[in-house]
Design a binder for this molecule. Sequence first.
Ligand SMILES: [Cu+2]
Length: 160
Amino acid sequence: MKKSSIVLVLAFVGAFAATAHAADEGVFINTGDLKWGDAPPVLPKGAKIAVLNGDPFKPGQYTLRLSLPANYKLPPHWHTLTENLTIVSGTVYIGMGDKAVAKDAHEVKTGGYHYLRAKQHHSASTKSATVVQVSGEGPFDIVHCHYGAMGLRYAVAASL
Ligand SMILES: [Cu+2]
């Protein structure tokens, strides 16, 4: 089970590496140019991902967007490196710690920003369809706090 999930992640990385832009002359993207695909299986079903710059799964700068449906719940997890989150549309609710407690979540609305230190435990959820932009230094990974919550602990090939 675990092995087959890992293969899926690697296939996903290859697909998006092909669409990642070489930034020699800069990157100029409008919303309509974004190429959306299913997010890797380490994320709960329903999320879409578009890579704007770089390869999020390799060392170096990256920018990606996640499109999350209404009532989406990303269980408690952490990232090896820092994360910058900008809310493009909708609202994301970010809870800190190992348990997702809805009443304690920070509400970050359209245009809002969230910075997360490396390895801070947190969770995220939505009430309506929401698009967030994530940027930072790759490789971007997701490590679930509760092993087995998603059937796969790591989202990035470099961590496997
Ligand atoms: Cu996160």
